[in-house]
Design a protein around this ligand. Structure first.
Ligand code: NAD
Length: 469
């Protein structure tokens, strides 16, 4: 279905009218919708999704299966097992002062939601939030990124095959489309993208006091302590860094390691890159590409600037514009004002910064914005505890990276500059629902004793209430 600027308001209104019907749906009806989406992802559209992502940035098929399809399917399965319980009235205790009443929480749908997604995991980050929105009983308009048009086209096809547009609709198009949609008074906006655009989204939402979930990015540090198993650390870091060609919000953005470990780290890193992607990385089918020229040029400017400022290229630094290829790159001895140490990398370049004491490394992390992820490689438990207590981050993974994302029992999200709100499992369901509190009076209740007129006796009762209840 093609939408134009003039039809967004009508589309929004059709969902607004339909929202109560959708909101009334039982858990069984919601599960039926989720199962249809699961089947479409696993069967009907799996090959088309793989092809689309290959066209968009040469994403390897196994990475598509694991990081786009499996993640959403796993989320659906988890919701199917839990939704009935989440939709039940959640009874809560009654304080003595409210004797004669009972209370519960009910998770009601927020209503009409806007889901805006980035290009780097287009299927996962569009359908993942949609799954939570459906579980919560909402209607949703999806606006995927303009940078991965093949993936957006498959998703548009899937959405129109699976849902009526007054329930779920997908609007393709450029940034202007997002800007128009943001003018509408949605009940909730779930945005995944950069902190800069996150600010634009929050400003637009403020006009209607629309609630927001902002899943943002930034620089995620990887801190390697002298007690770490360096070989195993490198195995994990090389995988986490070059998965999706470094275009992952929770990729290790830079490495902070003790100065005594640097030489060994670089040697191990080179060997591991070759073990995963062969000596001829450019021809490896396991290594994807930069999404477009804008990002390719941005990344080249990070390498060029590092070279100009006499940084050390420890590995790679090669590129081919026609295929948007950048080789796995390690760079150290960077100047503090370099782009590599200040901007989110979001590509296959890994800056190294060395430290002398762990507290110096901690201070370095804390001087920057709160990261989405902070990785710790160490065996010394006291050191791990000290790092966790002394820093702030959306999430942490110890002795590996990125895996914290795939445990749906954990909330996923950032803090301040790296995000507001959480996704996955029950936490995602909570974002798309309002925890409505309901209190029912059954009999004569204690507050009756305090109704006007306010006599001396009532003053005494109030005093007792403050002291004892
Ligand atoms: P982006 O912020 O440029 O774009 C995200 C979405 O916003 C797209 O749908 C785009 O159409 C829209 N958009 C862009 N400019 C806009 C504007 N001026 N007004 C309104 N809408 C606009 O992000 P991106 O480049 O697609 O993705 C990369 C960023 O996303 C990185 O910062 C990364 O860390 C972050 N990210 C975060 C997560 C997470 O879960 N926290 C996941 C993936 C990516």
């Amino acid at each position: 279905m093609n939408y134009s600027k003039n039809t967004y308001a009508a589309l929004f209104n059709s969902q607004k009218e339909h929202q109560y019907k959708v909101g009334h749906s039982t858990y069984k009806e919601r599960i039926k919708k989720l199962k249809a989406l699961q089947y479409a992802l696993e069967n009907t559209y799996r090959d088309e999704i793989r092809e689309a992502l290959y066209k968009d940035f040469k994403k390897p098929q196994i990475e598509v299966d694991l990081t786009e399809i499996y993640i959403v399917v796993k989320e659906i399965k988890y919701i199917i097992s839990n939704l009935k319980a989440w939709l039940k009235k959640q009874r809560v205790d009654t304080p003595l002062s409210l004797l004669g009443t009972s209370s519960y929480i009910t998770y009601e749908p927020k209503g009409v939601c806007l889901i805006m997604s980035p290009w780097n995991y287009p299927i996962n980050l569009t359908f993942g939030p949609l799954v939570s929105a459906i579980a919560g009983g909402n209607t949703a308009i999806l606006k995927p990124s303009e940078m991965t048009p093949h993936s957006s086209a498959v998703m548009a096809k899937m959405v129109s095959a699976l849902f009526s547009e007054n329930e779920v609709a997908l609007v393709e198009g450029e940034v202007e489309v997002a800007q128009e949609l943001l003018k509408l008074p949605f009940n909730h906006i779930f945005f995944t993208g950069s902190p800069n655009v996150g600010k634009i989204v929050m400003q637009a939402a403020a006009k209607h006091l629309t609630s927001v979930t902002l899943e943002l990015g930034g620089k995620s540090p990887t801190l390697i302590h002298t007690s770490a198993d360096l070989k195993s650390a490198v195995k994990n870091i090389v995988w986490g860094k070059f998965l999706n060609n470094g275009q992952t919000c929770i990729a290790p953005d830079y490495v902070l390691l003790h100065e005594s470990l640097k030489t060994e780290f670089v040697t191990l890193f080179k060997d591991q890159v070759h073990a995963y992607y062969s000596e001829d990385v450019q021809n490896s089918e396991s290594y994807s590409r930069i999404v477009n020229n804008k990002h390719f040029n941005r990344l080249l400017s990070v390498i060029d600037e590092a070279k100009e400022k006499n940084a050390q290229i420890d590995l790679g630094g090669h590129s081919e514009a026609s295929s948007k290829y950048i080789s796995p790159t390690l760079v150290s001895n960077l100047s503090e004002d370099s782009k590599a140490l200040n901007d989110e990398i979001f590509g296959p370049i890994l800056p190294i910064k060395t430290y002398q004491t762990i507290d110096e490394a901690i201070q370095y992390i804390n001087a920057k914005e709160k990261p989405l992820a902070l990785y710790i490689y160490a065996k010394d438990r006291k050191v791990i505890k000290h790092i966790i207590k002394s820093t702030r981050a959306g999430g942490t993974c110890i002795n590996s990276n990125a895996l914290q994302y795939s445990n749906h029992h954990l909330p996923f999200g950032g803090s301040n500059n790296s995000g507001i709100g959480k996704s996955h499992g029950f936490f995602g369901f909570q974002e798309f629902t309002n925890a409505r509190s309901v209190l029912k009076r059954h009999t004569y209740t204690l507050p009756y004793l305090l109704f006007p007129p306010y006599t001396n006796l009532k003053e005494k009762i109030a005093k007792i209430t403050i002291k004892w209840f």
